[in-house]
Write a protein that binds this ligand. Sequence first.
Ligand SMILES: *[C@@H]1O[C@H](CO)[C@@H](O)[C@H](O)[C@H]1NC(C)=O
Ligand SMILES: *[C@@H]1O[C@H](CO)[C@@H](O)[C@H](O)[C@H]1NC(C)=O
Length: 435
Amino acid sequence: MSPTQFSLLAVLLLAGCMAQGGASRVLELSDRFLDIRKDGQWLVKFYAPWCAHCKRLEPIWNHVAQSLHNTNIRVGKVDCTRFTAMATEFKVSGFPTIMFMKGSELFTFRGDRTKQDIVDFALRVSGPPVQRITRPESISNLRKAISLFFVYIGPYEGILWEAYLSIAEAFQPNAYFYGVAAETARDHIDFNRVPAVLVYKDNMHIFFEEPPAKDESPEERLQAVNESLTHWINAERFHTFLKVTRGNIHQTLASNKNLVLAVVEENKLEDIPAHMIDFRDMIESVIRENKDKYHRHFQFGWTGSPELANSVAMSVLPLPSLIVINSTTNHHHLPAEHLLGPAGLAPETIIHFLDTILDESAPVYGGNSFFVRLYRAYFEGKTALADMWMGNPVLTSVLFGLPLGFLSLICYSICCADIMDAEEEEEEQDHEKKE
Ligand SMILES: *[C@@H]1O[C@H](CO)[C@@H](O)[C@H](O)[C@H]1NC(C)=O
Ligand SMILES: *[C@@H]1O[C@H](CO)[C@@H](O)[C@H](O)[C@H]1NC(C)=O
């Protein structure tokens, strides 16, 4: 047994393997993990026992470990209040933080902390940035298993390949990248030139258009192709109509398109009232029918958390609603009141609304200026307070009432003390005079 194997075994034993109830496959890691972190692949959760988000993640984390049980990825957790050296070493700044470690490579998970998203992330980063497809039938299997992925077709050399590989390295935590030789792909993908890059999503292929060749050196050409491919991949790595959440809204805004958001309300069980589902479906059918016209400029999505949209709009939007966010300027657009018919938004009005955004005649709200940010902070504070009040009026009154009570007591005593002192002094003076 080599020393590293030995220390690995020691850590595994220390972990008690079956922490808590025998069912969990999560390894409880200590500072000694630092000696072996470069051996194998690790998915690690950094947590603190007092943090509420960590408690919510706990059962999900056990399921993640269960799902990854048959892979060579080990799943662990670190209590950062006990093992502070670990938190320092990995520069953990918030709880929970999820990281994947592979040799000296380190990937931080940024997304929704659902089992599926975490498992997908781990499987993506555990492989090479571009996975090579060698058997033709793998292509149809992939389509069944993964709903969105990029494919490079052609020889593994040349400018397009170099650009694709370096972008895949950068985006590996966020998307799946494959490579395939032209002969292998021939019967499964319809392509008319090699090399080519395409994205598979929503049951279709969309090809990347290389920028027209200019009189440029190979280095300049690589730069140009890399830049336009980066832009394209960044914009195409989302589904045509995706669910937008707190976890992914920042990623979505990075697409550099206008984000068109259907706002509905979802309860804790992910149920949505029927009329809001109809609204969402209506929006989805409008965008699918007009995909070619809007695809380049708009990213479409829906959200079940109205507070996300309210915070952008800085007001409480009626439900269901439609809001468009300009990802570069952070301005937003709302359909004008007079566009709304008796039954709310109709397909024609939506198209008209989107067209006015494209020709920049739609009214613009919000933005990123200092005053808007200040107002947004005020609005969010107010909303948080109102939510607290609705959730637990007694606690809210105690929390805010007690300090207020103390404050008024202190004020009262300061003011009144002055007056009383003054009177006393006067009285004393009177006494003196009398004496
Ligand atoms: C291409 O772009 C990616 C992502 O923007 C970047 O990480 C990479 O360094 C670039 N590659 C080259 C060869 O310029
Ligand atoms: C955001 O607004 C600016 C200024 O109005 C505009 O130039 C830009 O094209 C818009 N962004 C998008 C993604 O359309």
